[in-house]
Design a protein around this ligand. Structure first.
Ligand code: G6P
Length: 369
C-alpha cells in the first residue's frame, strides 16, 4: 500500500496532486486549440440528437451531483440548452416527466451507485437517450447507457472524491463545447479562447498546488472550528457546495455551502467571530456582488478566507486570508477554485487526527439503496 501511495502520506493527498496529470489525461486527444476542434468519440454518433434536444437532465449523487451542477452552468451558458440537475435518489421515485426527446446524463465516478443506476433504468424505460460520464471503465453505468465519455482520471482510492470531480468537470466542459459547436451557439473566437484556456488548466492547477504551505497554515488557524460556511456565485456556487462536503466528509466539521446571495436568507444569522467563511471571489461578472457579501460577513466579525484571482487587491484588503489562483476563463474557474478547498479539508482532517482515506460511516461506492 505504501508503494501505491507513491510517497504521499495518504491516497487523498496523492490524488489531489495527480490533478494536473488527470485533467490532461482527460482531454488528451479530445481537443486541439490550435486547429480549433473538440471531439468526444464516445458520443459522436449521438451529437446531432443531443444538439436538437429541448433539455438535458443530469442524474448523480454526492460529489458527482456537484459536478452536474457545474455542468448545468456550462451547458446553458455555452450550448444554450436548458438543463435540470437531479439527485438520482429523488428522481427515481418522483414519477419523472421524461420522454423520447430527452437526454439523460448520469455522472458517476464508480459507475456503480445504486440510485444513479435506478434513475437511468427509469429514463431508459421512458424512452430517453441515456449517456454516462464514468471513471471506472466497464462499470455498470457505462454498460447500460446508450453512449458516454470516460473521465480517465485513473483509480481513485480516497473515499472523498478529488481528481474524479475535476475530471468530470473537464468532460462536461468538452461536452458543452461539442454541443455548442453542433448548435453554433458560440463564436469561433470564443470557442478557441476557451480551448486555449482549457489546455493551460493543468499548469495552472500545478501553480495552485504550490500554495500548499499557505493552505496548511490557514488549516491550522481554523482546525478547531465547529462550523464553516462556503459561499460562491455562478459556477462557483457548486464549488462552495463541494468545498463544504469535503470538510464534512473527512474532518467532521459541520459545513454548509450556499449561493452567496442566499446568505441573507438564513446563514447570516450564524455569523460571529467564531465562524470561518470561505468565499470564492474570483474576477468575473459577479465579483462586485461577492465583495458586498464579504463586507456583510466582516460587519458581523466573521472570518473571511477568500479564493481570489492573482493580483487581486480589493478582496485582499478585507479578507483575513487570501489564496490566489491564476486567471482563467470564467467558465473554467471551478477547475482551479476547487483545488485549495480540497487541500484545506485534507490538512484540517490530518490535524484533527481523522482517518482521511476512510472516513467513518462513508463508502467509496454506495451500491445499496
Ligand atoms: C459516495 C462517495 C462519494 C461519491 C458518491 C457518488 O457517497 O463517498 O465520494 O461522490 O458516492 O459516487 P459515484 O461513484 O456515483 O460518483
Amino acid at each position: 500500500e505504501e508503494l501505491e501511495k507513491g510517497g504521499y502520506e495518504h491516497f487523498m493527498l496523492k490524488e489531489i496532486h495527480e490533478q494536473p496529470r488527470s485533467i490532461q489525461d482527460c482531454f488528451r486527444g479530445r481537443l486541439n486549440a490550435k486547429d480549433g476542434w473538440v471531439q468526444l468519440g464516445g458520443i459522436k454518433d449521438h451529437i446531432e440528437k443531443i444538439g436538437k434536444a429541448k433539455r438535458i437532465i443530469f442524474v448523480a449523487c454526492g460529489t458527482s451531483w456537484h459536478a452536474a451542477l457545474v455542468g448545468e452552468y456550462l451547458f446553458e451558458d455555452l450550448a444554450r440548452i436548458p438543463v435540470e440537475v437531479e439527485y438520482a435518489s429523488e428522481f427515481r421515485y418522483r414519477n419523472p416527466i421524461i420522454g423520447e426527446d430527452d437526454i439523460v446524463i448520469a455522472i458517476s465516478q464508480s459507475g456503480e451507485t445504486a440510485d444513479t443506476l435506478a434513475a437511468l433504468d427509469i429514463a431508459k424505460k421512458k424512452g430517453a437517450t441515456t449517456l454516462g460520464i464514468c471513471n471506472v471503465v466497464g462499470s455498470s453505468i457505462s454498460r447500460v447507457t446508450d453512449a458516454g465519455s470516460y473521465t480517465h482520471a485513473g483509480p481513485e482510492i480516497g473515499v472523498a472524491s478529488t481528481k474524479a470531480f475535476t475530471a468530470q468537470v473537464t468532460v462536461l466542459t468538452l461536452m458543452a463545447l461539442s454541443i455548442a459547436k453542433e448548435r453554433a451557439t458560440m463564436s469561433e473566437s470564443q470557442f478557441r479562447t476557451i480551448l486555449t484556456e482549457l489546455e493551460q488548466i493543468p499548469n495552472k492547477v500545478s501553480k495552485v498546488l504550490e500554495q500548499n504551505d499557505l493552505i496548511e497554515h490557514i488549516s491550522d488557524v481554523y482546525q478547531n472550528a465547529n462550523n464553516a460556511l462556503y459561499l460562491g456565485r455562478g459556477s462557483s456556487f457548486p464549488v462552495a457546495l463541494e468545498g463544504a462536503l469535503k470538510l464534512k466528509e473527512i474532518s467532521y466539521i459541520h459545513a454548509e455551502g450556499y449561493p452567496a446571495a442566499e446568505m441573507k436568507h438564513g446563514p447570516i444569522a450564524l455569523i460571529d467571530e467564531e465562524m470561518p467563511v470561505f468565499v470564492i471571489a474570483t474576477q468575473g461578472t459577479s465579483y462586485e456582488k461577492v465583495v458586498s457579501n464579504i463586507q456583510e460577513v466582516k460587519a458581523r466579525k466573521g472570518k473571511i478566507i477568500a479564493i481570489v484571482t492573482e493580483g487581486d487587491t480589493q478582496v485582499k484588503a478585507m479578507a483575513d486570508h487570501v489564496i490566489e489562483i491564476p486567471d482563467t476563463d470564467e467558465n473554467l474557474v471551478p477547475l482551479l477554485a476547487t483545488i485549495p478547498l480540497q487541500l484545506l479539508s485534507y490538512h484540517v482532517a490530518v490535524m484533527r487526527g481523522c482517518n482521511v482515506d476512510q472516513p467513518r460511516n462513508l463508502a467509496k461506492s454506495v451500491t445499496v439503496e
